[in-house]
Design a protein around this ligand. Structure first.
Ligand SMILES: Nc1ncnc2c1ncn2[C@@H]1O[C@H](COP(=O)(O)OP(=O)(O)OP(=O)(O)O)[C@@H](O)[C@H]1O
Ligand SMILES: [Mg+2]
Length: 231
């Protein structure tokens, strides 16, 4: 069981709005994403998904963590996995020490039971990245990764993976083959249209089941406008 951090992680501390303030309009938006995903996967049950984006800092990790929380709040048994083995952040969000994580499982050093951490949130377990490996793509494409996904899908109702940017490295494209669906996070006013298009094409080129696009950081006024009209 991953231990909780005893020391202050300072500026790297991240807060989960869906946990701190579940009634806020932002939390409501995350629940809307959850509902839309459930409608999008009505024919083929989605039990594992990854989130990626075209480039860095578009809000992948924040969206992944909040989505995991709203699924758990719905009573689903959820596992959140930090599969960004290059720039991991999930351990900061959940204040885990990251001494053990996915990378240890993938090299056969630890078992799932030894590695999984509990969060303060009911129904939500977390696997952080663990020590950063020199060969992330190779590990994510390994047979151990496939076996890991099969195992966790039996134990959890929903498994959600945080990934690196899809245009920068191949990791998300590799994992897209092993999970039931992929979500693209696009940051309003930051992501170039062309980059978003290329990111979608990159996922489609590996026959990923693209479940949808999450528009992050949309203008508040604009968001209220659409919210009012129920869009
Ligand atoms: N809608 C938002 N409003 C305010 N801050 C945001 C928003 N979305 C993301 N951020 C901030 O932007 C930074 C990057 O977010 P996050 O780490 O979730 O992105 P990422 O896509 O996972 O980045 P990376 O490519 O480095 O993994 C964080 O400091 C986060 O708090
Ligand atoms: Mg991230």
């Amino acid at each position: 069981m991953a231990r909780k951090k005893q020391f202050n992680v300072g500026s790297k501390m991240r807060h989960l709005i869906t946990n701190i303030n579940p009634r806020s309009p932002i939390s409501e938006q995350y629940r809307t994403v959850r509902t839309n995903l459930q409608f999008a996967s009505v024919d083929n049950e989605v039990r594992s998904m990854l989130l990626t984006s075209a480039g860095p800092a578009e809000g992948k990790s924040m969206t992944t963590a909040n989505l995991a929380v709203v699924y758990a709040q719905q009573g689903k048994k959820v596992l959140l996995v930090d599969a960004d083995l290059r720039k991991p952040t999930i351990h900061y969000t959940f204040r885990l020490d990251n001494l053990r994580g996915l990378s240890n499982i993938l090299v056969g050093e630890t078992t799932l039971e030894e590695t999984v951490g509990t969060s303060d949130i009911t129904n939500l377990d977390v696997i952080s990245c663990g020590p950063i490996p020199p060969n992330p793509s190779e590990l994510l494409g390994s047979r151990r990764m496939q076996a890991f996904i099969e195992t966790v899908k039996e134990k959890y109702d929903m498994v959600i993976f945080d990934m690196p940017p899809v245009l920068a490295v191949t990791d998300a494209k590799i994992l897209a083959n092993y999970v039931d669906g992929a979500i693209l996070v696009v940051r309003s006013k930051k992501t170039e249209n062309e980059a978003a298009k290329q990111a979608l094409e990159a996922l489609e080129s590996v026959h990923a089941n693209v479940l949808g696009v999450v528009l992050n950081d949309r203008d508040k006024k604009e968001a209220n406008y659409y919210y009012y009209y129920g869009s």
